[in-house]
Design a protein around this ligand. Structure first.
Ligand code: ADP
Ligand code: MG
Length: 244
């Protein structure tokens, strides 16, 4: 019974999502069709039209791309990974873009190991989404603090991403994570939803706190990998050959 309920809830969300995607993709498709028709009838497409067509195509591509991340269960491959390295990779990926916008990333880790059983690419996607949101919330630049802490007593890893941006109005908070909820001109409103789902599939949780004109902090808790414990145990016994 519970399983059925869970499945039907899932179906509803998938149905809602599909309807949303269809809607979001139909708009740019309509624009594209209009331009093609114009070309067919008048042969008068100019450079500006072509630019618009390209940006509409890019938009479709962006939306489909975000969904592919969710729709690829067969590609999911969980491994034990150190979150510090995943964050390090994401930061170097975004660093030059951040620099252009006067944003700096400051990474600090209060423990020397933060292993999590995860699908590395999915977690990278989460951090990319969150760091981008942080950057986009700071049009005049500033710094984004990324703190990492392995809470041994709770056997979890906490990641905090704190920006100094415009903040989120109180009334918007309940809407965060709803598909297509955005207040950005070229936003998709999918970043937080995708991130939330990925964190859930890792048995973790994500929380967002914000103060207007001060900034926003996203807190993520992930269960620490059992490997840490196993390793501690192994260190006390005989040496083991590496398993990876
Ligand atoms: P998008 O970035 O495409 O708008 P997201 O799902 O990533 O979609 O974010 C949804 C909305 O939440 C954003 O449009 C923005 O209004 C708000 N938001 C998310 N993160 C932040 C942040 N760090 N600071 C301020 N607003 C944010
Ligand atoms: Mg975003």
């Amino acid at each position: 019974m519970e399983e059925l309920l869970r499945r039907s809830e899932k179906l509803t969300t998938v149905g809602q999502l599909a309807a949303g995607v269809a809607h979001e993709i139909r708009n740019p498709l309509t624009t594209l069709r209009g331009f093609l028709q114009l070309q067919q009838q008048t042969n008068k497409l100019n450079h500006r039209h072509l630019d618009l067509m390209l940006s509409e195509l890019d938009r479709i591509n962006l939306i489909v791309g975000e969904f592919l991340i969710l729709a690829k269960p067969q590609a999911v491959h969980f491994q034990d990974r150190d979150i510090r390295f995943i964050l390090g990779d994401v930061i170097s990926l975004l660093d030059s873009q951040a620099h252009l916008h006067g944003v700096e990333f400051v990474l600090s880790a209060s423990s020397d190991s933060a292993m999590v059983h995860c699908e590395e690419n999915q977690l990278k996607q989460v951090f990319i989404n969150l760091l981008k949101n942080g950057m986009e919330a700071m049009p005049n630049g500033g710094s984004i603090q990324i703190r990492l802490h392995h809470e041994e007593e709770l056997n979890r890893v906490r990641i905090e991403i704190k920006d100094e941006g415009i903040g989120i109005p109180e009334e918007m908070m309940p809407k965060l994570g709803e598909p297509f909820f955005t207040n950005k001109e070229s936003g998709t409103g999918l970043g937080l939803m995708v991130s939330q789902r990925i964190i859930q599939s890792h048995k973790g949780m994500m929380d967002i706190r914000s103060v207007m004109n001060k900034g926003t902090t996203v807190i993520i808790d992930l269960p620490a990998s059992d490997k840490l414990l196993e390793q501690a145990e192994d260190d006390n016994s005989t040496e083991q050959p590496p398993t990876d």
